[in-house]
Design a protein around this ligand. Structure first.
Ligand SMILES: NC(=O)c1ccc[n+]([C@@H]2O[C@H](COP(=O)([O-])OP(=O)(O)OC[C@H]3O[C@@H](n4cnc5c(N)ncnc54)[C@H](OP(=O)(O)O)[C@@H]3O)[C@@H](O)[C@H]2O)c1
Length: 341
């Protein structure tokens, strides 16, 4: 980048918002210029407003930032071009179209606009080409909204993108999703302590719909989503029926050779990392990798009657949310950055 692009984070005090601020506090291309939370917190410092839940210290650079209300004129005055949204869907459904109309480039975690035809659900390792949909929204004349996937879908789509070439016919999956996926404060401790909950409202439908839109495929999808009492990361078990019959070695090779989205600051050297250790992966590795939390880990590959099974771990609040959004904005800046200066 010729110079850093000024960015805002909406919903900066939530679980996803905290990851945004942690990652953006030292980003090579983006500069944090404006942060918001709900109206009651406006005017306070970030350190006073947030209940910090990440498993490492809050970066000093963000402690004294002032939390503001969402104010389009003030954001323009602050020089903001890119807006990262970590708002609840019901708030985002009103705010994001307004921000787009005001000329901002919005990268959203909310589900409210994901299924609109001209709005991409972008995962740079899987469908960078879908970024061109921003033209249909009016860019460069106007702003746009780019979304990222539901966090459980992100893990699957990232792991499956290099396997698309074998022809994905059917997907059977179960997820074991951490409590941070429900935001902060999220679930009642009474409900989730020492317990698992075999239902996450709307989640299974999201996975079914989004995996098809992201990978441009139309397989049968069967999925159960379960909430489990761990803090971070979504573990998933997946069985895939392929048109071709790849061997386990073919699958490992496809993951190892995948080079999509290289060159973006938030893309790991290998976006999908397989280990043959029979106890791999586990939730406790959610912040492994470089950048932390951006690698999708896979393990336990099996072949049975022509189908391939494996486990995967995605960090739901990093790769599955804020980190994925930042990587999407990097993909945009890499392609269209010259239009911003
Ligand atoms: N958690 C995940 O793993 C995950 C993954 C993918 C996508 N998402 C999506 O990302 C978004 C954020 O999720 P989250 O888990 O971070 O939620 P969260 O922890 O509940 O945080 C919500 C954020 O929005 C702010 N907010 C709430 N109501 C508001 C209002 N009326 N006006 C302005 N700001 C408001 C909150 O501010 P206060 O602190 O002041 O209340 C907080 O900063 C959601 O749409 C979610 O579905 C989450």
């Amino acid at each position: 980048m010729k110079k850093k692009i000024k960015v805002a984070v909406l919903g900066s005090t939530g679980a996803v918002g905290q990851v945004f601020l942690w990652m953006l506090s030292s980003h090579p291309w983006f500069e944090l210029a404006y942060i918001t939370a709900s109206a009651t917190k406006a005017g306070r410092t970030y350190a006073q407003s947030v209940h910090w839940v990440l498993p490492f210290e809050m970066p000093e650079a963000i402690e004294q930032m002032t939390v503001k209300e969402l104010d389009i004129d003030a954001m323009k005055l602050a020089g903001v071009r890119i807006v990262f949204s970590a708002l609840p869907a019901n708030v985002a459904s009103e705010a994001e179209p307004q921000l787009r109309s005001a000329g901002f480039y919005v990268f959203s975690n909310a589900a409210s606009m994901r299924y609109e035809e001209d709005v991409p659900i972008l995962i740079p390792e899987a469908n960078t080409g879908s970024l061109s949909l921003i033209m249909k929204q009016g860019f460069p004349r106007t702003g746009f909204v780019v979304t990222n996937a539901n966090c459980a879908t992100t893990g699957m789509a990232t792991a499956m993108a290099p396997l698309r070439k074998f022809g994905i016919k059917a997907i059977h999956a179960s997820t074991y999703q951490s409590v941070s996926g429900a935001g902060y404060p999220g679930l009642s401790s009474f409900d989730i302590t020492d317990n698992t909950i075999p239902f996450i409202n709307g989640e299974e439908e999201k996975v079914e719909k989004e995996i098809k839109k992201i990978l441009s495929i139309n397989p049968e999808v069967y999925v159960y989503c379960v909430r489990v009492p761990v803090m971070f990361g979504h573990l998933e078990t997946v069985w895939i029926d392929f048109e071709q019959k790849p061997s386990i070695d073919d699958i490992i090779q496809a993951w190892e050779e995948s080079t999509e989205a290289q060159g973006l600051p938030s893309t790991p050297v290998h976006s999908v990392v397989y280990k043959s250790d029979s106890t791999f992966p586990q939730h406790k590795y959610a912040f492994w990798g470089e950048p932390k939390g951006m690698v999708v880990y896979t393990g336990r590959l099996k072949e049975k009657n022509g189908a391939i099974g494996f486990t995967l771990l995605v960090n739901n609040i990093v790769k599955g949310a804020a980190g994925g959004s930042i990587q999407n904005a990097e993909a945009f800046a890499a392609q269209y950055g010259d239009l911003l200066f």
